[in-house]
Design a protein. Structure first.
Length: 173
């Protein structure tokens, strides 16, 4: 599915004539991979540190009082880096539209021709906004998948007594 969705053959008609579909495809895949890598490593490090403290508290919490009140941080504090990273990636994906628009000012000044054509405005908008919006939506879909995975790990791997809630409260947010 990803190959078909991000194929150069499908990307090229959606891009301005002087922007490479191959380079755009590499940028999209690279941004998704970078976001997943940074988010995954950050969550694993944060969760791993707290998990080690929880395991130590289970073993020696009754001896050392410093481990007596160990608790998992709220979920949003565990994933704040993920939200920031993907927020930046979504902003960069939308900023790609400026690059698409600027490409019409290179060389023969084809922006004037696009404005004079009968359906030039619609074609211009399609070439400028379709790929950046799809790229932003892919980033949004990826962050939703990652947040779901991270929440399931945070909620079901952590013992109930170490979670920051007491039954039905919303303290986990």
């Amino acid at each position: 599915m990803w190959k078909r969705l991000l194929s150069e053959k499908r990307l090229q008609p959606l891009l301005p004539p002087n922007i490479s579909a191959e380079t755009t495809r590499a940028a999209i895949i690279g941004s998704l991979a970078l976001g997943v890598l940074i988010s995954g490593v950050d969550f694993m490090v944060r969760y791993g540190n707290v998990w080690d403290a929880i395991q130590t508290a289970k073993r020696i919490g009754h001896i050392l009082p410093v481990y007596a009140n160990v608790q998992m941080p709220p979920f949003l504090r565990m994933v704040d880096t993920t939200l920031v990273v993907f927020g930046i990636l979504i902003a960069l994906a939308l900023a790609f539209s400026a690059l698409c628009y600027a490409s019409f000012y290179q060389g023969s000044r084809s922006i004037y021709l696009m404005r004079r054509m009968p359906d030039g405005q619609a074609t211009l908008r399609r070439w400028i906004w379709t790929v950046p919006l799809r790229w932003a939506l892919l980033n949004l879909a990826m962050v939703l998948v990652l947040l779901t995975i991270f929440f399931l790990v945070w909620r079901f791997k952590t013992p109930m007594e170490y979670l920051p809630w007491n039954g039905d409260s919303l303290m986990w947010i």
